[in-house]
Design a protein around this ligand. Structure first.
Ligand SMILES: *Cc1c(COP(=O)(O)O)cnc(C)c1O
Length: 354
């Protein structure tokens, strides 16, 4: 692990070698072997030539966006995106003079009608949070190409184990490595991958804005990366088993779990709308070892309550349009035995029955 802020040189000529391009490392904010490993590791999994690691998912999004747009440009983004991304797009970018229109990614006509002369970027997630809608990336990308827009896809929920947006033609793919890539809920990190030109531009933003990741966090995320496939295999199986179990219960209003996502399965998150037949407070109180957390993707099964976390500030009208109801619970499946997970949810659901 290169837990250092800078690299030392034996003489001035040796240091000059960095500026001549013969040496890779000078100062950790510019680059570091551990952060490079993470960027490159995720790039390889996504089938992209280059990657850059950043201090968080949010800074990966920021660096990617600023590699493509500047003052006066316009972005078209999905109306159904991660809350933090919405804040960045709706408020922060606006102050940089960058405009964002939010549209339904289901509706290609609406996207096309929103394109302006200054539109540069189409931004979407591969699988949405918390209702797990799987976007039709192939048609979004072909529409973007037709209008010469750059596409950027947040692939955090799917991971390259399920979906590889770059191989489908997306220009930039971002990950909150805080989630499945790290996988153990002990690191905050982000990764952006794409072609050499875009990643080199994004890397300049990372350096100048100070969005770099620390070597230790990068090392932890790389360690997570080694087990991504085996964790996903188990977590996806557990999700399918829990979704199948919950769907047998006719008192539950709705189970959200997508179908036909990939040959490796349908994802490791299940959302459930318990509806009117259950007391939601009793449900959360009865979960025993399953913890309530405002994140996802760790090796432990956890639950989140979108109404009071990610969608807390979303106006009620939009919430009900999206399906964020009082009974909605998002479940992130861990690597425990499926029977233990099903048993824990079964007990909580029975206890919460009105
Ligand atoms: C968590 C998350 C982010 C933000 O990542 P951070 O690491 O918290 O900055 C972005 N997109 C999605 C889909 C996420 O789940």
């Amino acid at each position: 692990m290169y837990q250092t802020s800078a690299f030392s040189f034996k003489d001035l000529d040796d240091m000059e070698d960095f500026y001549r391009g013969n040496k890779e490392y000078l100062y950790t904010r510019f680059s570091n072997p551990n952060t490079d490993d993470l960027g490159q590791g995720v790039a390889e999994l996504e089938g992209a030539p280059k990657g850059v690691a950043t201090s968080s998912g949010m800074s990966a999004i920021l660096a990617g966006v600023l590699a493509v747009v500047s003052h006066g440009d316009h972005i078209i983004a999905s109306e159904d995106i991660y809350g933090g991304t919405y804040q960045l797009f709706a408020h922060e970018l606006k102050e940089f003079g960058i405009e964002v229109s939010f549209v339904s990614m289901n509706n290609l006509d609406e996207i096309e009608n929103t394109i302006r002369v200054n539109t540069k970027l189409l931004y979407s997630e591969s699988i949405t949070n918390p209702l797990l809608r799987v976007e039709n990336l192939a048609s979004l990308i072909s529409l973007a190409k037709k209008h010469k827009l750059t596409t950027m896809i947040d692939n955090t929920f799917a991971t390259p184990y399920l979906i590889k947006p770059f191989e489908l033609g997306a220009d930039l793919v971002i990950h909150s490595a805080t989630k499945y890539i790290g996988g153990h809920s002990d690191v905050t990190a982000g990764v952006l991958v794409g072609n050499e030109t875009l990643i080199s531009k994004a890397k300049t933003k990372v350096v100048n804005l100070g969005c770099n990741l620390s070597p230790f966090e990068a090392w932890l995320a790389c360690r997570g990366l080694k087990t991504l496939a085996v964790r996903m295999e188990r977590q996806v199986k557990n999700a399918q088993a829990l979704a199948d179990f919950l769907r047998q219960n006719t008192a539950i209003k709705r189970v959200y779990y997508p179908e036909s996502v990939s040959e490796n399965g349908n994802g490791a998150i299940v959302s459930v709308d318990l509806g009117e037949n259950y007391d939601i407070d009793v449900f959360f109180k009865s979960l025993q070892w399953i913890r309530i957390v405002p994140t996802l993707a760790g090796v432990e099964s956890t639950v989140t309550y979108p109404l009071r976390t990610s969608h807390r500030t979303v106006p009620e009208a939009i919430r009900s349009k999206l399906g964020i109801t009082r009974g909605l619970v998002r479940i992130s499946l861990g690597i425990e035995d499926a029977e233990d997970i099903i048993d824990a949810f079964d007990k909580a659901i029975k206890t919460a029955k009105l």
